[in-house]
Design a protein around this ligand. Structure first.
Ligand SMILES: Nc1ncnc2c1ncn2[C@@H]1O[C@H](COP(=O)(O)OP(=O)(O)OP(=O)(O)O)[C@@H](O)[C@H]1O
Length: 467
C-alpha cells in the first residue's frame, strides 16, 4: 500500500534526522518562525544542551552572547559564514554558519552548522603566553650596550660590574629613559646566573589585584578563573636567575609586605598552597621615584626599602652627561639606517648644538625618538641631519612640581601613542585601585561599565611584559 501523505512526511523527516546524525559538525535546523526543529548528536555534545532544552524553542535559546545566526539568516533571507558566537551553559566558542531553506521559492526555515573553536583558542592563548614568557625570560643586553664615556656613566658601569658577581639585591635609581632596564640586563649577564632566566615585571602595568598571584603563583582551582593546574609565579619562573622588579614604588603596601617576607625567607607560597617552596632568586629593583620620600610619606615600607637598597646604583640623567650625546646619536643613526634602509652618516654642527643645549627630560629614550623622527623627515638623498629635520623640542623646564591627589603625570617623551595610552590607563586605574574602591564604584566613577573596566584591567595585565 502506498504511504499516506502524513506517513510520507514522517518518512522524510526520519530520513533527514538520520542524515544529519551522520554529520560530525553540530547542526541545528529552524522553522520559518525561527524555532528550533531539529539538532544532531554533535550539536548536543558541543552545546551541552539536550533536545528538550532546544527543540520547539527559539533558535537563540543556546546563545550565551550575541544573536542567533539561524534567525539572522531567516530574517535577512541570506547566508552567513563563520560568525563567532558563544553557546550553551559553558559558553563554548564556536563559528556559526547558516543558510536559509527555500522550498519552491518560499522561505521555510534555516539550517546552521557550528564548529567548535574553543580548543584552538585555548591552544593559541597558551602559545601566546609561552611566547610572551620566552620574550620575558631572555636577557638581551650586556655592559657593552650601555653607551657613554662620561665619568658618571662609567662610574655606574663600574658599580654594576662590581656587584654582578655577588647575589646582593640591587636598587637602580634613575629618571625614566636613563637605561635602568639595560643595566638590569647587563648585571644579570655578568653574573654567575647569566645562564638562568631573567624575568622582568613592570610593577606599574600589572593589575594590582593580580599582582600577588602573578608574583607568587597559585595552586589549581585556587580561585574563580584560575587555571586548572595552577600557575608558576614570577619568583618560581626566575628560580636560579634574576627577577627585575621595574617601577617598584608602584607596589601596594600589602604587596610590599608579601615581597618582604619572600626576600627574608627566600621561599614562596603559592596562593591556595600550604607548602612553601625554596627559590633562589636575585632581585634587581628599579625606580624613577624618590623612594626615601615615599618612605617618609608612608607609601613605601622602610624595612623593604632597606632590604632593596643593599647595592644602590644611580643612573645619571642625560643632561648630566651631555658629552655622551654624539656617541649615542651615532649608534642610534646606525640602528635606524638598518631599520629604515637609509644611508645617513652625520649630524650638522648646528643640529648638534641644538641637541647639546636641550635638557632631555625623557633621557636616552627621548634622544632616540628625536633622532629617528628626524630621519623620517629627511629626503632619501639627504645624508646629514640638519636643524630643519629635528622635531620641535619642548620646554619642560619648570614643569616639575608636587602632584595633588587625583593628578597624574604622563611623560610623552620618546613614547609611542600606544605606550602613552597604556601608561595613562594604567595610572588612572592604579589611582583608583590603590584607594581600595570596589570595581563597581570605580566603573561608576569613570562612567564605564564593569565589563569595560575588566577588559581594560585584563589588557593592562597582559601588557606588563617588555615590548
Ligand atoms: N647608555 C645607553 N646606551 C644606549 N642606549 C641606551 C642607554 N640608556 C638608555 N638607552 C636606550 O634608551 C631606551 C630606554 O632605556 P630603558 O628602558 O633601559 O630606560 P629605563 O630607565 O628603564 O626607563 P623607564 O624608567 O621608563 O622604564 C632604550 O631604548 C635603551 O636601549
Amino acid at each position: 500500500m502506498a504511504p499516506s501523505l502524513k506517513g510520507e512526511a514522517e518518512y522524510v523527516i526520519e530520513l533527514l534526522k538520520n542524515i544529519i546524525e551522520m554529520i560530525p559538525d553540530a547542526v541545528m535546523v529552524a522553522d520559518r518562525e525561527g524555532k528550533c526543529i531539529m539538532v544532531n548528536q554533535a550539536y548536543k555534545n558541543l552545546s551541552g544542551l539536550s533536545e528538550e532544552d532546544v527543540v520547539g524553542k527559539p533558535a537563540d535559546v543556546d546563545i550565551a552572547e550575541n544573536d542567533s545566526v539561524l534567525i539572522k539568516s531567516i530574517r535577512e533571507g541570506r547566508e552567513f559564514s563563520n560568525l563567532f558566537r558563544r553557546v550553551g551553559p559553558e559558553r563554548r566558542e564556536v563559528l556559526c554558519s547558516a543558510k536559509p531553506i527555500y522550498i519552491r521559492g518560499e522561505l521555510v526555515g534555516s539550517v546552521g552548522v557550528m564548529h567548535d573553536i574553543s580548543e584552538i583558542k585555548r591552544m593559541s592563548r597558551e602559545l601566546e603566553l609561552k611566547t610572551k614568557m620566552l620574550r620575558n625570560l631572555e636577557s638581551k643586553y650586556t655592559l657593552d650596550d650601555i653607551l657613554g664615556n662620561s665619568e658618571k656613566i662609567m662610574k655606574a658601569k663600574e658599580e654594576a660590574k662590581a656587584c654582578a658577581g655577588v647575589s646582593a639585591t640591587v636598587l637602580l635609581v634613575g629618571e625614566s629613559g636613563t637605561g635602568k632596564e639595560l643595566f638590569a640586563h647587563a648585571i644579570h649577564n655578568m653574573s654567575p646566573r647569566a645562564s638562568g632566566p631573567f624575568v622582568r615585571v613592570n610593577c606599574a602595568a600589572i593589575n594590582k589585584e593580580l599582582l600577588e598571584s602573578e608574583l607568587f603563583g597559585y595552586e589549581g582551582g585556587a580561585f574563580t578563573g584560575s587555571l586548572r593546574y595552577g600557575k608558576k609565579g614570577y619568583f618560581e619562573q626566575a628560580d636560579g636567575g634574576t627577577l627585575f622588579l621595574d617601577e617598584i614604588s608602584e607596589f601596594s603596601l600589602p604587596a610590599q609586605a608579601k615581597l618582604l617576607r619572600v626576600l627574608q625567607e627566600q621561599e614562596v607560597m603559592r596562593i591556595g598552597s600550604t607548602v612553601p617552596k625554596k627559590v633562589d632568586v636575585r632581585i634587581i629593583a628599579a625606580t624613577n621615584r624618590n623612594l626615601e620620600e615615599e618612605v617618609r610619606k608612608g607609601n613605601f615600607r622602610h624595612d623593604l626599602y632597606y632590604r632593596l637598597n643593599v647595592v644602590r646604583i644611580t643612573i645619571p640623567p642625560l643632561r648630566e652627561r651631555k658629552e655622551d650625546i654624539p656617541l649615542l646619536c651615532k649608534s642610534i643613526i646606525k640602528k635606524y639606517n638598518q631599520k629604515y634602509g637609509r644611508g645617513i652618516n652625520s649630524i650638522s654642527k648646528k643640529a648638534m648644538e641644538i641637541l647639546m643645549s636641550y635638557d632631555w627630560p625623557g633621557n636616552v629614550r627621548e634622544l632616540e625618538n628625536v633622532i629617528s623622527r628626524a630621519m623620517i623627515n629627511m629626503d632619501i638623498s639627504e645624508k646629514e641631519i640638519k636643524p630643519e629635520h629635528l622635531p620641535e623640542l619642548a620646554d619642560h623646564q619648570g614643569a616639575m612640581r608636587q602632584l595633588a591627589d587625583g593628578e597624574i603625570v604622563i611623560s610623552l617623551n620618546g613614547k609611542t601613542w600606544e605606550q602613552v595610552k597604556r601608561e595613562f590607563e594604567s595610572k588612572v586605574l592604579s589611582y583608583f585601585l590603590n584607594r581600595k574602591k570596589s570595581k563597581t564604584e570605580i566603573a561608576k566613577d569613570l562612567g564605564i561599565t564593569r565589563r569595560a573596566l575588566y577588559k581594560k584591567l585584563k589588557l593592562l595585565e597582559s601588557s606588563e611584559i617588555t615590548e
